[in-house]
Ligand binder design. Sequence first.
Ligand code: ADP
Ligand code: MG
Length: 312
Amino acid sequence: MDNTPILIALGGNALILSGEKGYIEEQFIHTAACMKPIAKLISQGLKVILTHGNGPIVGNILLRNECAKNYIPPMPLYICVADSQGGIGAMTAESLNNELKKIGTNKTVSTVITHILVDKDDPAFQNPTKPIGPYYSAGDAGLYIKQGWNMKKIPERGWRRLVPSPKPKKIVELEAIKTLIERDIIPIASGGGGIPVIEEDGVIKGIDAVIDKDLSASLLARELSLKKFIILTDVDGVYLNWESDDRKKLEILTVKDAEKYLAGGHFPAGSMGPKIEAAIEFLKSGGQEVIISKPEDLIAAIAGKRGTKIVP
Ligand code: ADP
Ligand code: MG
């Protein structure tokens, strides 16, 4: 049996569902539900590497920063990303450990706090596009603009901070992740797209940006020469004409068609777009299969019965 590990990327939106407040009990319920089928696959001998998003969670951390700023110094964005890696990583490890134990599988799960190098000349730094954190009043937005933040007015909602979303270049802890896999330990790595760092004068330092977790996951899958990469999110697959009433689900998609539909505007930036880009990059550099599905469909999707499969 081919025992190349499979990378499974879990969307941040699968952990706090839209409309929920984000109580930790809710997050644990969703995380445990996601880990159940993953534990089953591991018990059957599949090697797995996990990564995850952090959208709603890091949004809450930033809001907490804001609310408490008169009492405790606010933390920079890259530290908030690190905090989210730690929190989600701990919750995921605990949940996976428990699900494995329930079915009598004895394995160690280990969360790797992961830094990802980005290019300090990445054009994203000149043109921040990723909205993040709470909505602000016009007055507060003005103060933040003076302080150097990029702010954008969202009609009806208020002002939001825009941050750069540079491309991931290098996974700083790659050797640690490889070593865990070799020792049959299940890594949870590159959470929230990784802590963005730039290299200057031979040292790395954190920078306020967010890296798309799908693109970081794709980089990880390529660096580890994996064959399969699964993206779990809150839709059951990839659709054409997603916004319209005659949307159509794609069961299987080739790289060529994925590129065509991406250029045709079917996959928006910030949601399905980066997943498709991540899949294309992975499949063009040796990957064999990408699956996009819901967490609860994972096992059926691997069997080809659910989700969307993207192939070279
Ligand atoms: P995650 O946290 O998993 O990264 P995202 O919100 O970034 O979740 O991406 C998933 C979302 O992409 C879905 O909830 C859906 O609303 C949206 N989406 C946009 N275009 C499409 C499409 N063509 N097919 C399916 N979903 C799409
Ligand atoms: Mg996303």
